[in-house]
Design a protein around this ligand. Structure first.
Ligand code: URA
Length: 244
């Protein structure tokens, strides 16, 4: 199997070799401290693991969705993201492009992320299942059971401070809850990443597709209230939407 590309690693090795040859510590104006090298290495490792997971997803034929898809949609974003959004499953646009949340609901998610004064590349975006269910039907329990380990491993690698579960399906699956999204949203829950690992704060909120179908000021306000709590939890500034 071809080894995953790792551009950061190649650049770092080049810089380190330069440093060795010049005998200096400042390489092209950049101070390569030990800490920085360690941080870069940690990021490289996470990126390589995430690419490995995406590769496994591309090969996956564990359920019939594997033969119906155009593309797998493993997820994308920063390996160091503090915030991890989880949706339900790819739709037609995502299946066509192999990227999460790029259709109408995706454009709405982009607006939510922008309102939080963040960029897509600051966060990680994934789904409970990685292939599009036909006619966008709900994922079946065995499809979720087969696919969920990929997401669990992605969360483990990124190790975010907060997960936002978009919609009932993501929230109920990640929290192993039978409560409705109306009951789950608006407060933090604990996501259990597995034995002996620290829990991660999880905020459930309405799915952007639900917001598009039920486009009321109240619903949008509810989602914004949820996102303000997320920003506070992350120690990030909370923009005042009333001034916009
Ligand atoms: N809806 C989802 O839940 N995920 C996507 O990636 C797109 C739409």
């Amino acid at each position: 199997m071809q080894e995953p590309r790792n551009v950061n690693k190649v650049i770092r090795q080049h810089l380190e070799m330069n440093e060795f040859l010049t005998g200096g510590f400042v390489v092209r104006g950049r101070d390569l401290t030990q800490q920085q090298i360690q941080n870069d290495e940690a990021t490289d490792n996470k990126e390589m693991e995430l690419e490995k997971i995406a590769d496994e997803v591309r090969q996956c034929r564990k359920c019939p969705l594997g033969s119906l898809r155009t593309n797998t949609v493993a997820g994308e974003g920063s390996a160091n993201a503090l915030l991890f959004f989880v949706g339900e499953a790819p739709g037609a646009d995502e299946d066509a492009q192999g990227r999460p949340f790029v259709g109408r609901a995706g454009k709405f998610l982009d607006r939510i992320i922008a309102a939080m004064q963040l960029k897509r590349c600051d966060v990680f975006i994934g789904n409970i299942i990685k292939c599009r269910p036909p006619e966008n039907r709900d994922p079946k329990p065995d499809e979720v059971a087969n696919c969920l380990p990929y997401l669990q491993r992605q969360i483990e690698q990124v190790s975010p401070r907060v997960i936002v579960a978009l919609g009932a399906h993501a929230a109920k699956t990640l929290l192993e809850s039978t409560k409705s999204i109306g009951e789950l949203r608006g407060q933090f829950h604990e996501y259990y990443p597995g034995f002996a690992r620290p829990t991660i704060k999880l905020m459930a909120t309405y799915h952007p597709a639900y917001l598009l179908r039920n486009y009321s000021l109240d619903n949008r306000k509810r989602v914004w209230e949820d996102m303000k709590k997320v920003l506070s939890e992350l120690g990030l500034p909370v923009p005042d939407q009333s001034k916009k």
